[in-house]
Write a protein that binds this ligand. Sequence first.
Ligand SMILES: NC(=O)c1ccc[n+]([C@@H]2O[C@H](COP(=O)([O-])OP(=O)(O)OC[C@H]3O[C@@H](n4cnc5c(N)ncnc54)[C@H](OP(=O)(O)O)[C@@H]3O)[C@@H](O)[C@H]2O)c1
Length: 307
Amino acid sequence: MKAIRVAAYGGPDSLSLQELDDPRPGDGEVLIDVAATSVNPIDWKIVSGAMQAFIPLTLPFTPGVDAAGTVIAVGRNVTTLVPGDEVLGFIGIVGGYATRAVVDAGRLARKPKGLGFLEAAGIPAAALTAWQALHDHGKLQAGQKVLIHAAAGGVGSVAVQLANLAGAQVIGTASAANRSYLQGLGATDVIDYTEDDFAAKVSDVDLVLDLVGSDTQVRSWSVLKRGGTLVSSVSPPDARRAHEVGADGKHFATRPDGAQLSALAMLYESGKLRVEIESTYPLARAGEAMAKSMARHVRGKVIIQTA
Ligand SMILES: NC(=O)c1ccc[n+]([C@@H]2O[C@H](COP(=O)([O-])OP(=O)(O)OC[C@H]3O[C@@H](n4cnc5c(N)ncnc54)[C@H](OP(=O)(O)O)[C@@H]3O)[C@@H](O)[C@H]2O)c1
């Protein structure tokens, strides 16, 4: 198999393509012939070494949390999948930038027939994060007003669609170039954060989905109605500020969940959700794919084609 390896923490230059022995699936695991993976910001945060305290890893390692491909072997006690099954999954905290990956079967969902592997690879981490933020943590209800920061990114693009499907009024922050893209996904209002202060334009929000952090999170408290919720995937909200404005603040880490991913996959299969692919790179150019994500202006997903 081929895999991108990181032997020392650093930037995209620390990624190198290497030949490795195929791994073998253990109890409850399957071996996947990976067709594609996607770049998520967690990948370059891990590669930089910034996450070492929370996610200790043994060097060298293979980055990548997403994979889409075909099962080629199953370990003991796997009853749900057989060789030949096409799957996608949030496979772990590392391991996706490779032509083969061993994955816990419970993390996987069947790939919708109508979806290619490139699109499927852009789904797992982003869609699970968006769903869990809006529904598991944000308890979004029909008719509510939701403000989604970084609405045009990997997670935001799914969140806009899911919130729209849930019957919410969706406001997104993005640069002007993404206005019509987000309106096409179901946003009723798009605020250009490079020109306008969203805090001066929005009020009485039930749920803020913070995919940016820092100052964007701090300024979000003022737009929430009393009893509202700020959910962040980036950093823990200030509990004192939450109390002051009578709101709830939550930070979460995305949970792998094959059943939840299967339900999301059906929404893609039925055309209720769609994947936006900004660009696709071959595995040998994974460093360029990572650098693209690090610039923080990806629309939808950057995909790495491994096959
Ligand atoms: N806790 C967890 O388990 C978890 C899980 C998934 C993601 N995350 C985190 O969530 C964040 C978002 O992830 P992602 O995959 O969606 O990122 P992404 O795809 O890299 O986001 C890119 C988007 O961010 C927008 N953006 C950049 N700066 C902005 C700003 N100041 N205001 C509004 N939009 C801005 C860009 O829009 P323009 O091009 O229009 O500027 C671009 O579309 C990352 O920090 C990631 O690490 C955490």
